[in-house]
Write a protein that binds this ligand. Structure first.
Ligand code: GRF
Length: 203
């Protein structure tokens, strides 16, 4: 399984994938890391692991379509099988998504369909839920709304703030993402098929 990873910042999920590949736990390769930000620490993690690191910035392109064309032109040239958004904080245009049905997944820090978008940990605290977590889902044109492939749950504890809750969720994101990629790499989960099967069904 050849993975293209997209990340905007810290890149701890990228690191979890790199570590799983290095340890033999995940039979995959990362063909490149793409970031929309030049200062993303994920770029350094990729370089340290010998993975080609690319910066494709929105500001260097006229509009979203031009940015997507540059980004996906670069990704497609590597022959990636699956595009993994791992902390990629930018919307991808509907036509770029539609051109790759079931070939893009995202990790989102909430139990979808709850708490889409940003500030999910604060959203969870504000809603007063007792359970929170993370989801891996297929990317579709609608933000954080594609079919859910896997989830990890954590308790919300008394005294939590957004940071303590985020840390508890992040610890579970890493094995969740690696495990989901493992089930895909071993052919037991096909994101495109999940998308077709779940299309229109309530999550
Ligand atoms: C993670 O919580 C991910 O779910 C969210 O952004 C964060 C990225 O963390 N979309 P990292 O860059 O992988 O460390």
């Amino acid at each position: 399984l050849r993975l293209a990873v997209l990340a905007s910042g810290r890149g701890s999920n990228l690191q979890a994938i790199l570590d799983a590949i290095a340890s033999g736990a995940l039979d995959a390769s990362i063909v490149g890391l793409w970031s929309d930000r030049r200062d993303a620490f994920a770029l350094e993690r990729a370089r340290a692991a010998g993975v080609p690191a690319h910066v494709v910035r929105p500001r260097d392109h006229a509009d979203r379509a031009a940015h997507d064309a540059a980004l996906f032109g670069s990704i497609d040239a590597t022959g990636a099988d699956l595009i993994v958004c791992a902390g990629y904080m930018r919307l991808i245009g509907a036509s770029a998504v539609a051109a790759r049905p079931g070939r893009m997944i995202n990790i989102h820090p909430s139990l979808l369909p709850l708490f889409k978008g940003l500030h999910t940990h604060q959203q969870a605290l504000d809603a007063g839920v007792t359970e929170h977590g993370a989801s891996v889902h297929v990317v579709t044109a609608d933000l954080d709304a594609g079919p859910v492939l896997a989830q990890a749950r954590v308790p919300v504890l008394p005294g939590d703030d957004a940071d303590t809750l985020a840390a508890r969720v992040l610890e579970r994101e890493h094995p969740l993402l690696v495990q989901t990629l493992h089930t895909i790499a071993t052919g037991r989960l096909v994101p495109g098929a999940e998308m077709a099967r779940l299309d229109g069904a309530p999550l």
